[in-house]
Design a protein around this ligand. Structure first.
Ligand code: R5P
Length: 299
């Protein structure tokens, strides 16, 4: 197996390669003065099983183009198979038409991944359970929930409740609850303005008073959802808050927003590479290296 990395999350790709007792295979990614890229595979990959590791976080378009070009280069160089490990699958929230006239961006991405020769996808904690069904090629959906469960078990003992910050996260919360000896869970009724993207929430289904509330979400983008959920939980009497989210998308001024969140700790994974400037005091990053390496061995 030869493992290649795009430029979006090389530290994670390196850790996965190391876990599999190998090194990343070299790639020549040359950027022309006008910003266009030329990708060249250097090693011999004839009849090899190949892997591309690349998160398609911001800038999603740029990062997808790298996957497309690397896959095309591998295909033309005779690779036997091309597995794209996309820990964070960009455009996943545009998986259907929300309002008349919209493009279904995720479908365009999927069609293109398939067209350039990607033969299998491995991705982590997608936004909706329907997403894997959109692919015609095999897709392995891995999850950070087991890692979150392990961390939650390590917290000092206290009556706790899992909280989904919106109704869409209920499936995730139920899986985690099972994993934690049926820990009680509640959901927040969140509303998002489709024009402005701003979120609001007034109702929590379930009792949180006097308890530790553990918010679990698939991603933190602007931080608006977590800030709204935390404020509501505290208003409803929650004693302390912990936050777990798989993908630190951290767009715009997310860091400033998250610094305002009154949580003991915010846990995310390294599915997306975070520059030093995006770190803040109570942020902890859990690595998904072992899960990815494990899924590559099994598949
Ligand atoms: C939404 O349905 C997702 O599960 C996340 O809650 C959302 O994408 C987070 O976005 P933001 O941090 O911008 O509120």
């Amino acid at each position: 197996m030869k493992i290649f990395s795009g430029t979006s999350n090389k530290p994670l790709a390196e850790k996965v390669a190391l876990k599999l007792n190998t090194k990343l295979s070299p790639l020549d990614i040359f950027v022309f003065p006008d910003g266009e890229k030329r990708v060249r595979v250097i090693d011999n990959v004839v009849d090899e099983e190949t892997v591309i590791i690349q998160s398609t976080s911001n800038p999603a378009d740029h990062n997808y183009m790298e996957i497309f070009f690397i896959a095309d280069a591998l295909k033309r160089s005779g690779a036997k198979s091309i597995t794209a490990v996309i820990p964070y699958l960009g455009y996943q929230r545009q998986d259907h038409v929300f309002r008349d006239g919209e493009a279904v961006s995720l479908e365009v991405i999927i069609e293109t991944l398939q067209a350039v020769g990607v033969s299998k996808i491995i991705t982590l904690d997608v936004h909706s359970i329907k997403i894997p069904c959109l692919f015609k090629i095999p897709i392995i959906h891995i999850s950070a929930l087991d890692l979150f469960a392990k961390k939650i078990k390590e917290l000092p003992k206290k009556e706790s409740v899992l909280v989904s910050p919106d109704m869409g996260g209920i499936r995730r919360i139920k899986i985690l609850s099972k994993n934690l000896d049926n820990m009680p869970f509640s959901t927040i009724e969140k509303e998002r303005d489709l024009e402005t993207g701003s979120v609001s929430a007034k109702t929590i289904n379930g009792e949180v008073r006097g308890k530790r509330a553990i918010i679990v979400d698939d991603m933190i983008s602007t931080g608006g959802t977590i800030l709204t959920a935390t404020n509501l939980l505290l208003q409803k009497g929650a004693d302390e808050i912990y936050v777990f989210a798989s993908h630190p998308v951290f767009s715009g001024n997310a860091k400033e927003v998250l610094e305002k969140v009154k949580a003991e700790k915010i846990f995310v994974t390294d599915s997306i590479y975070l520059e030093k400037e995006k770190y803040f005091k109570n942020l902890e990053v859990i690595s998904v290296t072992d899960i990815i390496a494990g899924s590559l061995v099994k598949s």
